[in-house]
Design a protein around this ligand. Structure first.
Ligand code: SF4
Ligand code: SF4
Length: 441
């Protein structure tokens, strides 16, 4: 841990105000699964009273969702997310003894995720499994469950990244077949740059296209800079800070722009990561200044659209719709109300509030596969609240949450379609006939 981070550890005054905000503490009731408890453990390691190789340290640091719900409630302003990142970096060191799952994770992060061609190949195989219906079929046979729940859930996650029907007048096939190319930019549009993301491009390219169209309707042009790739969030959350820095440098170079155009994301997890490049590369003499400027340009699509009066869409939605907030969208980017404004632009949307919308869903990157029991505990609470709403459609601004809630609903038999708010707005614009007018910015 660096001196700066040690200082952040000392900022905790042990008041305990963060405990009830922490989903893992609420679930287990164990102080070591709370922010305060974890900070105690970090301090003990820092002061050499506890080994970073101890099972206690590994267990409770691994069990943290990294949701950062503890940050806004902390009166001392403890930057818990950065402390967690530093602790995970310590656990990622090659000399630390880690179990099979963590060794596999290291292998994938280092030998697949850092190599764009290999990553593209991995996503094309995943899409083949999904789009051929094999993943869905396997789940229905219940055979994967005989091997392991983790395997079954992984398949359900993949299957839940499929497009869903968004209106009573369209079915899934027709909605995916319709024109999906972004509307051509006009030179007079306000230009922006779109961050596509690795999972975003690999499994949710339709959301990227919908984002471009919705921005275009509202007067923004979009370009998709070449050379961009994964944001590095998976690496940073796993403690592979060097991997995260490599990816950050690539993105900074790809988005290099003399006009400092806004960088738009539609994924809460990616946006929160991109917004921390300044911190991640603070000690990099070549990139630190550029990284800070890059982070200042990052906006969620809902934040960018807040700067204009949104065009109104046509919902025709008799079905109830709800919204679940992505933790990283709230705590990493401060986008609490703006995603709801996208939904409010759909004139006749039947929007119902979701209790505990701000609580983590248990996805947290690939936490759902690394810590399946804890993740399921958090997810079941979320699904109980979803059931209470009676909603048929749930919108959320992060692909990880989309897959997590979709997979949970699917395996527990809740008839729920999950999509991004921008997809729903895009569909409402299509109904309202905006795409014919959208090139007139
Ligand atoms: S609220 Fe902040 S100061 Fe209080 S125990 Fe939690 S982290 Fe420490
Ligand atoms: S990041 Fe989330 S899970 Fe981790 S200590 Fe904070 S509130 Fe708890």
């Amino acid at each position: 841990m660096t001196l700066a981070e040690e200082h952040k550890l000392l900022a905790c005054v042990h008041c305990g105000l963060c405990l009830e905000a922490c989903p893992t503490y609420v679930l287990t009731g164990d102080e070591n699964d709370s922010p305060r408890g974890r900070i105690y453990l970090m301090r003990a390691v820092e002061e050499n009273k506890l080994s970073a190789d101890s099972s206690t340290f590994k267990l409770h640091i691994d069990r943290c969702l990294g949701c950062r719900a503890c940050e806004p409630v902390c009166p001392a302003g403890v930057q818990y997310g950065q402390l967690l990142e530093a602790s995970r970096a310590e656990l990622f060191e090659p000399d630390k003894k880690r179990g099979f799952t963590h060794r596999c994770l290291r292998l994938v992060l280092r030998h697949v995720w850092l190599h764009p061609a290999r990553l593209r190949f991995a996503f094309s195989v995943s899409r083949m499994l999904r789009d051929s219906g094999v993943a869905g079929l396997l789940i229905r046979t219940r055979i994967p469950r005989l091997f392991s729940h983790r395997f079954e859930f992984a398949l359900a996650l993949l299957d839940s990244s499929s497009p869903v029907s968004l209106g009573s007048d369209t079915d899934v096939d027709s909605s995916t077949r319709r024109a999906t190319e972004p509307v051509a930019d006009e030179p007079s549009c306000n230009p922006t740059m779109l961050f596509a993301g690795c999972v975003g491009e690999g499994l949710f390219s339709r959301v990227n296209k919908a984002t471009a169209r919705v921005l275009n309707v509202n007067g923004f042009g979009t370009s998709l800079p070449e050379g961009q790739g994964c944001c590095g969030a998976l690496h940073a959350h796993a403690g592979d800070l060097e991997g995260a820095r490599t990816l950050a440098r690539r993105n900074i170079e790809a988005f290099d722009d003399s006009e400092n155009l806004p960088i738009i994301t539609n994924a809460g997890g990616c946006g929160a990561m991109l917004a921390t490049y300044g911190h991640l590369l603070a000690d990099d003499s070549l990139f630190s200044e550029q990284a800070t400027k890059f982070s200042a340009r990052v906006r969620d699509v809902s934040q960018q659209l807040e700067s204009v009066k949104l065009k109104e869409g046509l919902g025709q939605q008799s079905e109830m719709t709800t919204y679940d907030a992505s933790c990283h969208l709230i705590y990493g980017q401060g986008a609490t109300e703006t995603p709801l404004k996208l939904l409010q632009a759909i004139s006749d949307l039947n929007l119902v509030a979701l209790e505990g919308s701000e609580r983590c869903c248990g996805a947290a990157g690939i936490y759902n596969l690394l810590e399946p029991d804890m993740s399921q505990g958090v997810l079941q609470e979320k699904l109980a609240h979803v059931r209470e709403t009676g909603a048929a459609i749930l919108t959320t601004g992060n692909p990880g949450c989309q897959m997590q809630i979709g997979a949970g609903a699917r395996l527990t038999g809740i008839p729920l379609r999950v999509c991004h708010p921008v997809e729903l707005l895009d569909e409402s614009y299509r109904r309202a006939g905006f795409y014919k007018e959208s090139t007139e910015c």
